[in-house]
Design a protein around this ligand. Structure first.
Ligand code: GLU
Length: 466
């Protein structure tokens, strides 16, 4: 058996971080077992399912590196097949036509509520002679669900979950207008897509009983189910906007790397010993459903930020330079792209040690891309205005004009200059840093000088010497 999993989002306009984790688990499970990962867009709500909403999902998955193995299947294209299966159930006596009017159903519900019973369809057309059908009424098709016994789901995460069949009514599978209900469409699609494992949020667990009844009525082999706990905020409530970012796109904008987001989501509700930092390859090797916990996972933004810093340090310098360039694009007062890119990439090994997100990285790299005169922060300005500072920088400019621009040679040149002037290295480096960066913190001064190059260094010094 080839393992086939699917991610089946409804296009609502965003890819929720919880959905992203569901996609990741499906992806990893299929890869771990040498199988396939598929995507089904559940776009039966035509009003909400715009092309744009679909694109958001595709973009989010692509960014996370969770590309499906086949083109996505759009549920809305399969209405005829959903109806066909409903009629097959009808022909097999496993479903029946129901002519109950909206008014009848309303009264049924009211009566049940008045008597303190859960509102359920009472099965009034289940065994009724179709000859009694009222003229001119289009019927819905309902599943003839078992009335005795129980329906059991052997869930790979939740264990054995059961419900008494008396608790479930005969659900509609095809509405009177011929459209399928959601639960029915999901079963037909999962069957036709040869899905072997349905891994989804545990908010779908109660749906599963009804879906199992459809499989049984059709005599179809059932997939295995795995319902994973939802993601909650730090306060235990279901994760929502007020907790912070919830959509994958927001995390991208806030400067998180996709590998950090995936690593974080993996560890959120899944564990393997004390493994914390996991690459995609390691995750594929280790992932299985027995490592998924049953308790609700809590979103911890601080932990995600920490993991992001770890992945940032491991990331390729040229790639990070591109990310920074994209974030600086369009800002006024910048040098040409090629010059900026070269400087940023040169200093990247030091820059990435100090940043936790791409936003921080871009902020700390921005000085490299600016044309002098640089904006100065208050502390930098104070250093430059200190008595003797400009005179010292004037002398230093002469030393630097003659120095070789490699970090090691610059280090020696600065040290020699400090000694010759009876100063500590910091007393030379700090005003110099202020002049070159507009701030009092930056990567090591020798690396910063080397990234700027001689010409630019001297131009920046000239700009502050006035
Ligand atoms: N479309 C459903 C959702 O977005 C998922 C259904 C399923 O996975 O079976 O929550």
């Amino acid at each position: 058996m080839t393992v086939r999993t699917r991610f089946a989002p409804s296009p609502t306009g965003l890819l929720h971080i919880g959905g992203a984790r569901t996609a990741l688990f499906n992806y990893l499970f299929s890869r771990h077992h040498g199988g396939q990962f598929l995507l089904r867009i559940e776009d039966t709500d035509r009003a909400r399912s715009t092309d744009q909403a679909v694109q958001v999902i595709l973009d989010g998955l692509a960014w996370l590196g969770l590309t499906p193995d086949e083109p996505p299947l759009f549920q809305s294209t399969r209405a005829a097949r959903h109806a066909e299966v409903a009629h097959a159930l009808l022909a097999a006596g496993r479903a029946y036509r129901c002519y109950a009017s909206a008014e009848e159903l309303r009264l049924m519900r009211e009566q049940a509520l008045k008597e303190g019973r859960p509102p359920r369809y009472d099965g009034r057309w289940r065994d009724r002679d179709p000859a009694e059908a009222p003229a001119g009424v289009a019927p819905a098709i309902r599943l003839k669900a078992p009335r005795d016994g129980e329906t059991v789901v052997e869930d790979l995460v939740q264990g054995s979950v059961r419900v008494a069949n008396a608790e479930l009514d005969d659900m509609i599978i095809l509405r009177s207008d011929g459209t399928p209900t959601y639960l029915h469409a999901v079963v037909v699609d999962d069957h036709d897509m040869a899905i072997t494992h349905v891994i989804r949020g545990d908010d779908h667990l109660t749906n599963t009983f009804r879906q199992v009844q459809i499989y049984q009525a059709m005599g179809w082999e059932m997939p295995r189910f795995a319902h994973i706990p939802l993601i909650h905020g730090a306060d235990g409530a279901k994760l929502s906007k007020r907790h912070g970012a919830v959509s994958v796109l927001e995390f991208r904008e806030q400067g998180f790397l996709p590998e950090a987001v995936c690593n974080y989501l993996l560890r959120l509700g899944w564990g393997h010993g004390d493994a914390e930092i996991l690459s995609r390859e390691e995750a594929i090797r280790l992932f299985d459903l027995d490592g998924v916990g049953r308790g609700a996972a809590r979103m911890d933004y601080a932990k995600l930020t920490h993991l992001n810093a770890v992945w940032l340090r491991a990331a390729d310098d040229a790639r990070l330079a591109e990310e920074v360039m994209a974030r600086l694009a369009g800002k006024p007062g910048l040098v040409s792209d090629d010059v900026a890119r070269a400087r940023i990439q040169t200093l990247m090994p030091a820059l990435k040690e100090r940043a936790r997100t791409l936003v921080e990285l871009a902020e700390s790299a921005a000085f490299l891309a600016r044309t002098p005169p640089l904006p100065m922060n208050e502390k930098a300005q104070a250093l430059l205005d200190a008595p003797g500072a400009r005179a010292m920088l004037g002398d230093l400019a002469q030393t630097l004009a003659a120095a070789a621009f490699t970090p090691a040679a610059l280090h020696d040149a600065l040290r020699g200059f400090a000694e010759a002037h009876g100063k500590k290295l910091g007393e030379v480096a700090q005003p110099l840093r202020a002049a070159l960066t507009g701030a009092t913190t930056s990567p090591p001064i020798d690396a910063t000088l080397a990234a700027l190059g001689r010409e630019e260094t001297l131009a920046r010094l000239t700009a502050v010497l006035g």
